[in-house]
Design a protein around this ligand. Structure first.
Ligand code: HEC
Length: 211
């Protein structure tokens, strides 16, 4: 009696294991389609759609292109905005130089130059606010400054020469103003900054915190 019960139990167990194996295999080989395999099949059937289409935005057509370009242009910062960045970096440069923090000065010099270049890339010519309202080639003006007064500031920073730095910084202010006058904005008169506006960075080159 006990022997037949054991055989029955063993048979039942074997059947259970077999059913388990069959279900597992059919699942694995895709006979029972899972969500993942369905997605895979769809992706294989369709060529990879561009990301824009996947987000539901139609791709620009030849007809919609001018409108699209105008929309993107409207998103660009204004010349005034870019120049306010220039002013920020240029002001911080003065105080970095006063603190003899030359790596920081180099950083602010690069930012200043980079932002003037950005203005020029965006608007190589600017409409003068003078009576003629002519288009002024600021690219040409900057090319002259970049190799003279601006290059001199860079050299002073590289030499870590405080006196030279102060002198070249002042001469560069005259070049800033030369460009402002050329674009009919003589009221934009730069000067040596009086107050440090950056209060979130330590200018002390020997600061021990944070490490
Ligand atoms: C190549 C030409 C050019 C040079 C060089 C230049 N600027 Fe300007 N700057 C402009 C123009 C153009 C504007 C007017 C932007 C506008 O509002 O249309 C301007 C405006 C400004 C403004 C007013 C921004 C505002 O709207 O409040 C400041 C501040 C300024 N510049 C600072 C400087 C400083 C500092 C320098 C020198 C480190 C400098 N600029 C060099 C072309 C120049």
């Amino acid at each position: 009696m006990t022997k037949t019960i054991w055989i029955r139990r063993a048979l039942l167990l074997a059947c259970g294991v077999l059913v388990g194996i069959v279900i597992d295999r059919t699942w694995q080989y895709g006979m029972v389609p899972t969500v993942a395999t369905q997605q895979q099949q769809q992706q294989q059937a369709q060529p990879q759609a561009p990301q824009q289409q996947q987000r539901g935005e139609p791709l620009p057509t030849m007809q919609s292109l001018p409108e699209e370009v105008a929309r993107l242009k409207a998103l660009l910062p204004s010349n005034s905005h870019i120049m306010m960045d220039v002013q920020w970096h240029w002001t911080n440069l003065w105080f970095a130089g006063q603190a003899k923090n030359w790596p920081l000065a180099q950083f602010y010099f690069n930012e200043t130059r980079g932002h003037i270049q950005w203005l020029i890339k965006k608007s190589p010519t600017v409409r003068s606010q003078g009576p003629e309202k002519e288009q002024v080639n600021i690219q040409g003006i900057f090319d002259g400054i970049d190799t003279s007064s601006l290059a001199d500031v860079k050299a002073a920073i590289e030499k870590k020469d405080s006196l030279k730095f102060a002198a070249t910084y002042k001469t560069m202010l005259e070049s800033c103003y030369a460009c402002h006058k050329s674009v009919g904005r003589p009221y934009l008169k730069p000067m040596i900054p009086k107050t440090q506006v950056q209060s979130a960075l330590n200018y002390d080159p020997n600061a021990t915190w944070p490490e």
